[in-house]
Design a protein around this ligand. Structure first.
Ligand SMILES: *Cc1c(COP(=O)(O)O)cnc(C)c1O
Length: 446
């Protein structure tokens, strides 16, 4: 593959943008990232005209691939042509909020913002304002955007900022625990229960994974938070309107959080975030309450139109059936391939999410193993070795993934997400043929 044009663009970019990109993970592939030129259904064409099957899908938002359905396109164009935005409320915001409240079990009210990060920032402030407490419990390896309260590593006894630029004193209010570890979270509540404003958790670890919750884990979080007067906040920025269809992961798992953060798919490909929950809690945002929250672009009419029409289209067509069936095929195909060629590796994912985790020493046996992605089944022969939390995923063969595997997949025309930790996504535009091409490429690269 020729990448001259991308290399030249990257060279120019390095002079005017830090690291040559506007979001770090885009530059994670070496020696430089292919620059996107345009999309075509489930495919991407780069600046040099190379065509790929694209499983990045904008890192989550593109439920329809690169060709939005006709009603979505029409709604976007009509709202854009009427003038981009107003600084006043519009009908389309109300309609979108009504749609979300109608379909997501825990949601009665919604505040729209402009990114997933803004959503989690506001949710944390809301939880602190609502409870009058400071501490936030998060999962090690969980991701909630680029915000001060959650860019924290270490453990509950020794939290520290995970980046330069955050005062140590901020991170002291965040208590990281390992995902799926009931004992750890019980301990934190025994010690700090009266000071904990919220537990903030992705229903499925999707930025350091994919890792599914063990049976009963979210129920434990639900009980502990309820018993201690803390809020349970589900960060459904990735899983929202992807896992479990329109009811989201909370509907699928049958666990009702107090507050939910959204992003990605609910904006139909445009910048978005949202915080939803019971009215009694969400009404604590200004102007109805005393927790300040605001944004010039919040509830942007073009974004609202794109998001709402995308979800309406999913409600009226076989969208989730299609993407989930292809996701299933991918995960089943991958399971057969790794059983043959890389038995230590773990196939992960559910619905339209998939990832192959380069775990080092899972049991060799694939008998009775989950056939379409690890489900954390306690009776599985691989149970003891399959990743349970972020550190297990991080302990994999990340160098092999980055130096050998990703470039080989790219050379075969299959574009995977840019590091070993981010999920990959199936869209409505992907086809059986894309799945076959991709499985063939995995076979070669493994
Ligand atoms: C992407 C993501 C965010 C941050 O959203 P941005 O729109 O990138 O700010 C927050 N939480 C989760 C779970 C995410 O996947």
């Amino acid at each position: 593959m020729n990448h001259d044009e991308s290399r030249d663009l990257y060279d120019r970019a390095l002079s005017v943008m830090p690291g040559g990109v506007n979001s770090s993970v885009r530059a994670a592939v070496e020696p430089y990232p292919p620059f996107a030129q345009h999309g075509d259904g489930g495919h991407l064409i780069d600046a040099d005209g190379n065509r790929y099957v694209d499983w990045v899908m904008g890192l989550g938002p593109l439920l329809y691939g690169h060709d939005t359905p006709e009603p979505v396109q029409a709604a976007v164009q009509s709202h854009a042509s009427e003038g981009p935005m107003y600084g006043m409320p519009t009908e389309i915001e109300v309609e979108h909020a009504e749609f979300v409240a109608r379909h997501v079990p825990s949601v009665e009210m919604v505040r729209f913002v402009n990114s997933g990060t803004e959503a989690t920032v506001s949710a944390v402030r809301l939880a602190r304002g609502y409870t009058g407490r400071n501490e936030i419990v998060v999962m090690q390896g969980g991701y909630h955007g680029a915000q001060e309260s959650t860019l924290v590593e270490g453990d509950a006894d020794h939290p520290r900022p995970s980046t330069a630029g955050i005062p140590q004193s901020f991170s002291q209010h965040t208590l990281p625990v390992p995902f799926n570890d009931e004992e750890a979270v019980h301990e934190v509540f025994e010690k700090h229960g009266d000071d904990i404003a919220a537990v903030l958790v992705e229903p499925i670890l999707a930025n350091k994974g994919i890792v599914m919750p063990e049976d009963g884990y979210h129920e434990t979080l639900r009980d502990l938070t309820a018993d201690h007067g803390s809020l349970l906040v589900f960060d459904e920025v990735i899983t929202g309107f992807r896992v479990g269809g329109l009811q989201c992961a909370q509907g699928e798992f049958g666990v009702t959080p107090d507050v939910t953060t959204f992003g990605k798919i609910i904006g139909g490909g445009y910048p978005v975030g949202a915080i939803g929950g019971k009215s009694e809690i969400i009404e604590h945002f200004t102007p109805s309450g005393d927790v300040f929250q605001a944004g010039t672009f919040s509830g942007h009419p073009v974004t609202m139109a794109a998001g709402l029409e995308s979800l309406r289209y999913a409600a009226e067509n076989d969208v989730y059936q299609h993407v989930n069936a292809l996701g299933d095929e991918l995960r089943r195909g991958l399971t057969e391939i790794v059983a043959d060629r890389a038995p230590a590796y773990t196939v992960a994912g559910t619905d339209s999410m998939f990832k192959l985790l380069f775990t080092r020493d899972a049991a060799d046996s694939f008998d009775e193993h989950c056939e379409a992605g690890c489900r954390q089944r306690a009776d599985c022969p691989r149970y003891d070795a399959c990743p349970k939390h972020g550190a297990d995923v991080a302990a994999g063969e990340t160098d092999r993934w980055r130096r050998v595997f990703w470039p080989q997949m790219k050379e075969q025309g299959v574009f995977l997400s840019q590091n070993q930790f981010e999920s990959q996504f199936v869209s409505y535009a992907h086809t059986e043929e894309d799945v076959e091409t991709t499985l063939e490429a995995y076979k070669e690269a493994l």
